[in-house]
Ligand binder design. Sequence first.
Ligand code: FE2
Length: 163
Amino acid sequence: MLSSWNANLSIGVASIDADHQLLFRLVDDLQNAISEHEENSVISSVLYSLAAYTDYHFAREERIMAVCGYPDLAAHHGYHEDIRDQVRADCAAFQADPIDFDVQHLTDFLKKWLTLHIMGEDTKLKPYVAANVDKVAEIGEMPLIDLDGIEKDAMDEEWQWPI
Ligand SMILES: [Fe+2]
């Protein structure tokens, strides 16, 4: 298991590599929040930041896969959905019972998942982005999350932000 991003995990798209580095850093932030015995509200905010950025990153990665004609996009989307659901469930579990929630176990799991997913799945995208450099460049940056654009009803049902 890797504790941080390194060049072997590069898939050749700067924005995706930067996302992956940031995701490792957010897991580190979560780890540091536990080590430094931060208040539950701090741990919770890092956890929710991680969940929100994971959503943002998956959307970017899948958009790049689509323009490159990546053939395993549907399966890859499924892997993303699984971990996305799990992280959201972890956010809810932490909020419901922060004392018994094992944050250390979660950070170990997330680093392992990130490493295996990037090495085992994301790197399969490399030849496709290499063959579609112009299309990938045309995508440009995705806008940052627009909170006003989020459907409030859907958010209320399954996505409780910490107060
Ligand atoms: Fe991925």
